[in-house]
Design a protein around this ligand. Sequence first.
Ligand code: MN
Length: 191
Amino acid sequence: MKFELVKLPYAPDGLEPVIGKQTIDFHHGKHLQTYVNNLNSLIQGTNFENATLETIVKESDGAIFNNSGQVLNHNFYFTQFSPNGGGKPSGKLADAIDAVFGSFENFQKEFETAGVGLFGSGWVWLAADKDGKLSITKESNAGNPVTKGLKPLLTFDVWEHAYYLDCQNRRADHLKALWKIIDWKAVETRY
Ligand code: MN
């Protein structure tokens, strides 16, 4: 299977000022494109050649895991934003957040704290188990909660390439601002 660069559901400058056009151009057009290209070349002639992306992430290691993980992670990441995002989730996702975290505001606080506290490069995730119970997981480098049998719902990329052009070293400021562009309707469809 030949993997392709995920299409952005917004214009490259559509998320400004939270994520600037230059960040999108590099992050989506260069970083993610490189992971896609690397993955397509690495799986040629292997057992993974016709596998789904999620299967490759679950079953591979080394360079194939790193590149497939980064493709899967960024596919979730880039499709969860909207120029008209923000606000709060609704329906059963909102209920599930309240059940575990007490309130949406407390969930936001815990999610940001997890992202700020992740040392080095990685991802913070909201994920659901098979019963729909939510948890926050921290994954280093290319990690994705699918390797733990969990369903990924929402993610913040805390690699420096995600925020350095916009916020330099201020990771906490970047994570706090991301709430303004979250497309909760898109996140709810993953639950
Ligand atoms: Mn990234």
